[in-house]
Design a protein. Structure first.
Length: 587
């Protein structure tokens, strides 16, 4: 093996790792965070958790990513510790799919059908299709994601072939032969597998490297088996690193992953080599094949899952013993009410889903705040006023946490759909925060009226009741539309916003007339003006949220001119709805 073979080996490894990363990234973007999101909801039964963990890992092609997400779920309080055991077991099963895909490189035969199954035969076709899809897509789309998946797979397989070809001359190299002999020692083989996997932080990639070596016929099963066992231990490093600085339960989740693989490996190695001591397995001296590696990898992970599944609760207890509950000094400041785990940033599509869910919570809290403040105008209750102040503060915390997180997420590779969602979310959190501010302003006006023993005139009360009803409706409508991501019904917000503008204008005019007639005091006039301005601004912010949804999804960014430029049936429908609402909220 000369310097050129070494360069080819390094280049093949680089292409292999890049292809795996590209393919995994394309799969994740195409899934759009939905697969990971299901992990939160379908883990009530452990067997479902195992199946789900296997499915998600098989699709995103990374058990490390799955376990890191699980650590993030536990750290964020989304999952309980007992829920994650099944997902971790399933992740180990799902990662075996990659080794089966890579084993295609070892297919050999003269039949035309056999040749067609070889990656060297169909990878060029996939690469051609992939590059066409990528270059014909001007922006992020499912089409481009599919192209990236095909390109990633083709590059991965080309890297695999390059690695295999570059090591073909090692068979006659005494140094390499001696190294392989040393690795037949189970302890050294496991250590080598664990170190390599820990270094590249991907068991799938390290298994692929081993399969590339096996294709050249240089690695006997006596060497391959300990290395595979070590790879299963080395893959735990990623989740252990991810758990640093996390909560106790998050660190325990990482320990469960380590204990599962460690206990499974110890049992397998003990039983296997004990039997070998008496029965002497003859196949250990044979050269391992890529398919053989896939078989061993699958048998171990599936077998370990079946064996340890009944003892899942013991794994939890073992992790709790390792990281026990202890008296800790009280933190200097309270933990934030709203937080999103930064581990999710490595899965941008899922991180965007998490943010979307948090903004939905924020929207519902904001709606509750404005509805409570409107109740205070009619019937004052100091407890409700305090609750409005608490909700307003909570909304501020949501805005701070989401704004900071979204800035970090914006630097990631987002799909077109996620980029649209981010734009809506960024604009909406600002509008929602302002709505909560106006809710607090209305509550402060109610506080002032109560503390000074003032009251509105009967005419003003009737007018405010109509306006309050319209504001309640627009807030509820906007919240429902936003939470359901219902851009089709977003068109119904603006007509009501214009009606509210008209109502506030008329109420102000009537107030001036009452003031001139001596039916209202100047002091109450100032308070009424504050309330009217706050409610009008609430409707404006509701309109902003709806318009943002409409203009983003219709690729029209002129929000101010959107309804002004309506024509034809759209203009007729808008005018008809506006006239109907004027009658509904008549003073």
């Amino acid at each position: 093996m000369d310097i050129f073979d070494i360069l080819n080996m390094a280049g093949g490894l680089a292409l292999f790792l890049y292809g795996m990363n590209t393919m995994g990234g394309g799969l994740s973007k195409m899934a759009g965070g939905k697969l990971e999101g299901i992990l939160e909801r379908l883990t009530s039964k452990r067997i479902f958790a195992v199946l789900l963990g296997a499915a998600v890992t098989a699709i995103i092609q990374s058990s490390s990513a799955t376990t890191v997400m699980v650590v993030g779920f536990v750290n964020s309080g989304i999952m309980q510790l007992k829920q994650v055991v099944g997902i971790i077991m399933g992740a180990n099963v799902g990662t075996t799919i990659t080794s089966w895909i890579l084993s295609l490189s070892g297919i050999d035969g003269g039949s035309i059908f056999i040749k067609l199954l070889k990656p060297s035969s169909f990878s060029p076709v996939l690469a051609a299709i992939g590059i066409i899809l990528v270059m014909s897509s001007r922006e992020e789309s499912k089409k481009k994601d599919a192209g990236e998946i095909l390109l990633g797979f083709a590059v991965l397989m080309f890297g695999m072939e390059t690695m295999s070809g570059s090591v073909s001359g090692l068979a006659d190299n005494p140094s390499f032969t001696g190294l392989m002999t040393a690795f037949s020692n189970p302890i050294l083989g496991m250590a080598a597998g664990a170190l390599i996997t820990a270094a590249i932080q991907s068991s799938s990639a390290s298994v692929g490297i081993l399969q590339a070596l096996c294709i050249s016929g240089l690695v006997p099963y006596s060497v391959a088996i300990p290395i595979i066992m070590g790879q299963n231990i080395g893959t735990c490093v990623t989740s252990l690193i991810s758990s640093i600085g996390a909560t106790k339960n998050a660190r325990r989740a990482a320990m469960i992953h380590l204990y599962f693989n460690l206990i499974g490996t110890v049992i397998f190695m003990t039983v296997f080599y004990s039997i070998n001591h008496f029965a002497s397995f003859g196949f250990l001296g044979e050269s391992a094949s890529a398919a053989g590696i896939a078989v061993i990898h699958s048998l171990f992970n599936i077998g370990a899952t079946i064996l340890l599944f009944p003892f899942a609760n013991w794994l939890v207890k073992l992790a709790e013993v390792t990281i026990p509950e202890r008296e800790e000094p009280a933190p200097e400041k309270e933990a934030p009410v709203v937080s999103i785990d930064e581990r999710f940033l490595e899965r941008p599509a899922f991180a965007m889903e998490i943010c979307r869910g948090k903004v939905r919570e924020m929207a519902e809290i904001t709606r509750d705040a404005i509805l409570l403040s409107l109740e205070l105008i009619d019937t004052y209750d100091p407890e409700k006023s305090k609750e409005v102040a608490r909700l307003e503060k909570l909304v501020d915390e949501y805005e701070d946490a989401l704004g900071t997180y979204l800035v970090k997420l914006s630097s990631k590779n987002l799909s077109r759909a996620d980029s649209q969602t981010m734009s809506i979310v960024l604009h909406s959190i600002s509008d929602l925060e302002r709505i909560s501010d106006h809710a607090h302003s209305v509550a402060c006006s109610a506080d002032e009226i109560s503390s000074k023993g003032l009251s509105f005139s009967e005419d003003a009360k009737r007018e405010l009741e109509v306006l309050s009803r319209a504001v309640r409706d627009i807030c509820s409508m906007t919240t429902n539309i936003f939470c359901a991501n219902d851009d089709e019904n977003a068109v119904h917000v603006e007509p009501l916003e214009q009606v509210i503008d008209s109502l506030t204008k008329k109420i102000k005019e009537r107030h001036i007339a009452r003031l001139q007639e001596g039916k209202c005091t100047i002091e109450m006039g100032f308070i009424l003006e504050d309330v009217l301005n706050s409610l009008e601004r609430v409707s404006d912010h509701c309109s902003n949220i709806a318009l943002e949804m409409l203009t983003i999804f219709e690729d029209e960014y002129n929000t101010h001119g959107y309804f002004r430029d309506l024509e034809g049936d759209d203009r007729r429908h808008f005018d008809e709805e506006y006239r109907a609402l004027v009658k509904k909220y008549s003073l």
